[in-house]
Write a protein that binds this ligand. Structure first.
Ligand code: SF4
Ligand code: SF4
Length: 409
């Protein structure tokens, strides 16, 4: 039997679509323009047309596909089980009209993981830059970057305990992703503390490594292959440890790689050891006598699409935080639309990202929380920027910060 080409593999996935349209009411981008091309069914048809070289206006079609936030809500409800997330990833890598871009995402990610202190300096500069009363600057790509870099996310409290790398239950490799160490360092500290208390030693890579998602979203196959090779090396250096990811977006992306036709020669065996922090902690908490102090905090849960639709873990944050006695948890409905942060949408498509953030923040503020939690750094930054724009002092933090803050002495 011949191995299918990448195009044949992609078309086979897309051809599963029976054009029923049941996904359309669940797509967050469709209501914004009401155009078929901004719906899952429309994007599938555009991808089929582009891959088969049957579309005249390739640029227009690619733009419509690029406006997809990659939330995969369509995949959750699809009766024909179209693997939309994997198909979109493959299309981004092999789509005929996509030219490899300059790798802005990879460069940004690199500078964040190599120079986290410099990124914080950029954050201070960004806060000042945002005072510039110039609408053109604020809507430029640089202005939008400033909006997100305007300071690390606020923390509830940074626990300060020495980190141990060996524990009675073994050790884990903590994979913080490229953005978390620079923008939410308290999340890393809290994760180390909690894992130690749960009995695990924590190994942190000397230099953080990108999971490849940013390169993939730009159609940069060589960049993605380099990223995956670096994670493979990290996994080989720690062959007996699970790799625990602090960003749900990375966790969901990595789980897609094996179902993408091998477009990269980077080995992927490590993906079976890659797990999301929330998934790991839920299991670890079930097997521990670790205690938490009572809390009267009112927490609004934002469950990222990467957990709800990517990893099919729609209630995991609530389930995990319930271990804290007295905590008051409220959450958006599981069917709530994406917050608009998906991939690089928050930088590249403000006309999609901003209204979705506004709707999500409206819904979260209606829950009257003391604090908002989100297990994906992109969503947390996007929601925090919208709260800051409104003058709200409510913080958006990773749930691990709430857990670590409630650890008993
Ligand atoms: S629900 Fe599935 S089969 Fe129906 S139009 Fe959407 S993607 Fe196609
Ligand atoms: S992934 Fe989300 S934004 Fe993209 S087509 Fe599906 S539902 Fe719409």
């Amino acid at each position: 039997m011949n191995t299918p080409t990448a195009s044949e593999h992609l078309l086979k996935s897309l051809d599963q679509c029976v054009v029923c349209g049941l996904c359309i009411p669940h797509c967050p981008t469709y209501p914004i323009s009401q155009r078929e091309g901004d719906s899952p069914r429309g994007r599938i048809a555009l991808m089929q047309g582009l891959i088969s070289d049957k579309l005249g206006d390739a640029e227009h079609a690619t733009d419509a596909i690029d406006r997809c936030v990659g939330c995969r809500a369509c995949e959750t409800v699809c009766p024909a089980k179209v693997p939309y997330g994997a198909a979109l990833a493959e299309f981004r890598l092999i789509g005929p009209s996509r030219k490899p871009k300059a790798g802005m995402g990879e460069r940004l990610a690199k500078s964040m993981r190599r120079h986290p202190l410099a990124m914080r300096a950029v954050g201070i500069a960004a806060r000042l830059a945002l005072r510039i009363p110039n609408r053109r600057f604020k809507s430029s790509r640089l202005g939008r970057l400033a909006r997100y870099a305007a300071g690390p996310l606020r923390k509830v409290k940074a626990p300060q305990e020495p980190v141990t790398s060996q524990g009675p239950k073994g050790s884990v490799v903590l994979f913080p992703g490229c953005v978390v160490p620079a923008m939410a360092p308290a999340t890393v500290t809290a994760a180390q503390t909690l894992l130690n208390r749960l009995g695990y030693g924590v190994v942190m890579p000397q230099r953080t490594t990108c999971c490849g998602a940013l390169s993939l979203s730009e159609g940069d196959l060589p960049g993605m292959t380099r990223n995956l090779g670096a994670v493979d090396k990290l996994a080989a250096d720690h062959p007996d440890s699970p790799i625990v990811s602090l960003a749900a977006g990375c966790s969901s992306q990595v789980k897609l790689y094996p179902s993408i036709l091998p477009l990269t020669d980077a080995p992927l065996a490590w993906t079976t050891r890659f797990t999301d922090f929330m998934v790991f902690v839920e299991q670890a908490l079930a097997a521990t006598d670790c205690r938490f102090v009572k809390s009267d905090l009112k927490v609004a849960v934002h469950e990222p699409c990467s957990l709800r639709h990517g990893l099919k873990q729609g209630a995991i944050t609530e389930n995990v935080l319930k271990v804290i006695p007295g905590i008051k948890l409220t959450a958006l409905p599981r069917s709530a639309p994406c917050c608009g942060a998906g991939g690089s949408t928050l930088l590249s498509h403000p006309e999609i990202a901003d209204p979705l953030a506004q709707n999500t923040v409206d819904a979260l503020l209606a829950l009257a929380p003391d604090v908002i939690v989100s297990a994906n750094i992109g969503c947390a930054m996007h929601l925090q920027a919208e709260l800051r724009r409104r003058g709200s002092a409510i913080a958006v933090v990773h749930p691990v910060e709430i857990l670590a803050d409630a650890l008993s002495d």
